[in-house]
Design a protein around this ligand. Structure first.
Ligand code: GLU
Length: 327
C-alpha cells in the first residue's frame, strides 16, 4: 500500500502566526498519531515577497512549536523543471493558452457576465477576477506553452464538480463560474499557486492535505487540475480558521500575533499547544501541554465537531495575555 503522506506548506513571505501554529500543530498531531509521514515544503515562488529571513523564521517557528517533519525541507522554487513539465502535459492536452490580458480587460469582460467572480486563493490577492471563456483566443498559435515569460491560463471545463472533505460535507461548485479560466503560469516564469500546489503534492505522493477552510473552494478547482494531470486526489482536511476579534482571518497584518513576537513577549510553546487543545474544546486555558498530550487531543472527531458547530477560533486580548504571561 502507498504510504500516507501529509505536508506543511508555509509561504515564507512574512512571520508565521497563531493561525499557522493551529494548522501545523493539527497536521503534526494527526500525522504522528496515525503514522503519516510529514513533508515540509516552503512555498517561495512569489519572489517579490519570499525572503531568506522568512524561511529561517518558518523553520524556527516549527522547531519552537515542537513540530518535526521527515526528510529535508524542500523549496518550491527548486522544482521549476517539474512545473514546466506539467505545463507541457496540459498543453499536449490542449488545455492551456497564452493570456496577455490586463486585469482591466478581464474585469471589463467579466462584468459583462452575471456570474460570481470572486474567490480567495493564496498568491492571487484576495479577489480573483473571473476570466470568461469569451476571452479565450481562437484555436491557433496562442494555445500551448512555448514561452515561460508569458501569462498562461487553464481552459477550465464547465460544469459542477464535487469533492469530498474529511471534515466538511461534500463540496460542489462549478469552478468555471468562479474562476473562469484561472491563471496557471505567470510571466515571471513561475506557476501560479494552484498549479504549483497540485504538481508538488502529486510529486511528493501527498495523500492528506490539511490547511485552512478558506481553501475549501480552491480544492474543487485543484481537483480539476489533478484530473487533467492524470493524478489521484488527496484526502482534504480543511480546518476551521483562526480569526481576530473582528472575525478577520489572521494574516500578515497581525504581526503582533506572530509566533516570534509572542515568544519575545514571553509565550511558551507549551501554552500555544494548550491553546490548540482549548480550541479543540479539550482543555482550560491553564498550564501547558506536551506534544504527546496535544497528539492525543487533536482527533478527526474533535475537528469534525468544531466544523459542525461552525467554530471560529478567536484570538482575544485575554488569550494573548495568557500566552505571554500565564495565569
Ligand atoms: N503556502 C500556502 C499558504 O501558506 C499553502 C496553501 C496550501 O496548503 O495549499 O497559504
Amino acid at each position: 500500500m502507498a504510504p500516507t503522506v501529509t505536508r506543511l506548506a508555509p509561504s515564507p513571505t512574512g512571520h508565521l502566526h497563531l493561525g499557522h501554529a493551529w494548522s501545523f500543530l493539527c497536521t503534526w498531531a494527526l500525522a504522528r498519531t496515525h503514522g503519516w509521514s510529514i513533508r515540509l515544503r516552503l512555498e517561495d515562488l512569489d519572489a517579490s515577497r519570499a525572503s531568506a529571513e522568512a524561511r529561517t523564521d518558518a523553520l524556527w517557528c516549527l522547531q519552537w512549536l515542537g513540530v518535526d517533519w521527515d526528510g529535508e525541507p524542500e523549496l518550491q522554487s527548486d522544482h521549476a523543471d517539474r512545473h514546466r513539465r506539467a505545463m507541457h502535459a496540459l498543453a499536449a492536452r490542449g488545455l492551456v493558452f497564452e493570456a496577455p490580458h490586463s486585469r482591466a480587460q478581464v474585469r471589463a469582460a467579466s462584468a459583462a457576465t452575471a456570474e460570481p467572480s470572486e474567490a480567495n486563493a493564496p498568491n492571487e490577492g484576495d479577489a480573483v477576477l473571473r476570466f470568461p471563456p469569451s476571452l479565450r483566443p481562437p484555436s491557433g498559435a496562442a494555445w500551448g506553452f512555448r514561452s515561460d515569460a508569458c501569462n498562461h491560463r487553464f481552459a477550465c471545463p464547465a460544469g459542477p464538480r464535487t469533492i469530498h472533505d474529511e471534515l466538511h460535507d461534500d463540496r460542489t461548485l462549478d469552478p468555471s463560474l468562479v474562476w473562469g479560466d484561472p491563471l496557471i503560469w505567470m510571466k515571471a516564469g513561475v506557476p501560479s499557486y494552484h498549479l504549483a500546489v497540485v504538481v508538488d503534492d502529486l510529486a511528493a505522493g501527498v495523500t492528506e492535505v490539511m490547511r485552512g477552510e478558506d481553501l475549501l473552494d480552491s480544492a474543487v478547482l485543484q481537483s480539476v487540475l489533478i484530473e487533467a494531470l492524470g493524478g489521484t486526489r488527496p484526502r482534504w482536511w480543511h480546518l476551521p480558521l483562526v480569526v481576530d476579534e473582528a472575525d478577520r482571518r489572521l494574516a500578515k497584518r497581525h504581526d503582533a500575533l506572530s509566533l516570534r513576537a509572542l515568544a519575545a513577549a514571553g509565550a511558551t510553546p507549551g501554552r500555544v499547544r494548550q491553546l490548540v487543545r482549548h480550541w479543540c474544546r479539550a482543555a482550560e486555558l491553564r498550564g501547558e501541554s506536551s506534544p504527546a498530550e496535544l497528539a492525543g487531543t487533536v482527533t478527526p472527531d474533535a475537528l469534525r465537531a468544531l466544523v459542525a458547530m461552525k467554530a471560529r477560533l478567536r484570538v482575544t486580548p485575554d488569550i494573548v495575555r495568557w500566552l505571554c504571561h500565564g495565569p
